[in-house]
Write a protein that binds this ligand. Structure first.
Ligand SMILES: C[S@@+](CC[C@H](N)C(=O)[O-])C[C@H]1O[C@@H](n2cnc3c(N)ncnc32)[C@H](O)[C@@H]1O
Length: 321
């Protein structure tokens, strides 16, 4: 029953996030009446959401007062770098598309134009900002592994960098580093604005357009990032882009891939296995790829040193040299 009604959780969490309930609770509201007044929603609606959030383990009730659990406080309060409330709202909006999954499964892919193949698709504008909170901790982990703070005057290329979160985290860590992002023009503009807000725009440049045809240069970069891109591409495109990246890297440079990666026998982990349905809905050739796939594609593209690093998030890192 829990699985069959799983959309109740997406709906309750997405609705609570839409009305900033976690932020109001953090700011001191403790009852349905107070939440209703602060959020501008009905008392009946507030009580219903609170009941659902207690059921989900995101809000706790003590002596008649509601408050966020530690997890909700970390991941759902607005203004925190770890806030996933935007992502919760985005997933609520995607629920209608999921209702079309039976037809998409029959057809083997999206019935209309696939989300990821449409140039300048407005889908990305919502997604990349919602995704930033998920990518930020992974960018920090990669920065530690690569010791980027001490790497000196390095050049970074971020392919499909979205919100520019990797550039933001890494340029903050290393004041001598410079970064270039290859993405659609409107998305690069969002990244530029977000980096400017952090005082980093003077070390950030942009290449607008389709990264399949963008020239990444030759021996131009120390680090190339490919985060949450491999899953939208088919095997041939991933190999072609990896080969272009190999040429764009300086000798000794590193390709950093972040993605939802499944075990070679496809027995886990749970999140990447389930994510394959998103790619069936949204892409013509995407999927969740196995470690063996990455190893084979990277070898074909000329990388001979490949290592994998799990993270506490559902995404794993791959380092290729
Ligand atoms: C899932 S988001 C990943 C954002 C970021 N790398 C991260 O991990 O948070 C995918 C990004 O790739 C960009 N993108 C997708 N297809 C593209 C293409 N063909 N050419 C240029 N950018 C593309 C989108 O605009 C979006 O910014």
């Amino acid at each position: 029953m829990g699985l069959i009604t799983g959309y109740w959780a997406t709906g309750t969490l997405g609705a609570a996030a839409s009305h900033s309930l976690f932020t109001h609770l953090e700011d001191g509201a403790t009852s349905a009446d107070q939440l209703a007044a602060r959020a501008g929603i009905s008392q009946r609606g507030a009580q219903t959401l609170l009941d659902g959030l207690v059921s989900l383990g995101l809000v706790e009730l003590r002596d008649g007062h509601y408050r966020n659990t530690a997890e909700a406080s970390t991941f759902l309060v607005e203004g925190r770098s770890t806030c996933l409330s935007g992502f919760a709202q985005l997933k609520l909006a995607h629920m209608e598309a999921m209702a079309g999954l039976p037809d998409v499964v029959r057809a083997g892919g999206p019935l209309a134009d696939a989300t990821v193949e449409v140039a300048d698709n407005p889908h990305w504008e919502e997604l990349v900002q919602a995704l930033a909170a998920q990518s930020a901790p992974v960018a920090e982990i990669a920065a530690d592994t690569l010791r980027l703070a001490d790497a000196g005057e390095i050049s970074i290329l971020d392919i499909g960098g979205g919100s520019g979160i990797y550039s933001a985290v890494w340029l903050e860590r290393n004041p001598a580093a410079r970064s270039t992002q290859a993405d659609w023009g409107p998305i690069n503009a969002i990244a530029y604005r977000l980096l400017a807000e952090r005082g980093l725009a003077d070390r950030f440049s942009r290449i607008d357009g389709d990264f399949h045809t963008t020239d990444f240069g030759t021996s131009a970069h120390d680090i190339v990032v490919y985060s949450h891109i491999a899953h939208q591409e088919g095997p041939e495109d991933n190999v072609a882009i990896f080969a272009k990246i190999r040429s764009a890297l300086k000798p000794g440079g590193t390709l950093v891939i972040c993605d939802y990666i499944v075990d070679d026998d496809r027995s886990g982990p749970p999140f990447p296995l389930m994510f394959a349905a998103e790619m069936l809905l949204k892409s013509k050739q995407g999927g969740t790829w196995r470690r063996a796939d990455y190893r084979a594609w990277l070898a074909k593209a000329g990388f001979d040193d490949v290592s994998f690093q799990p993270t506490a998030s559902p995404a794993a890192l791959v380092f290729a040299r």
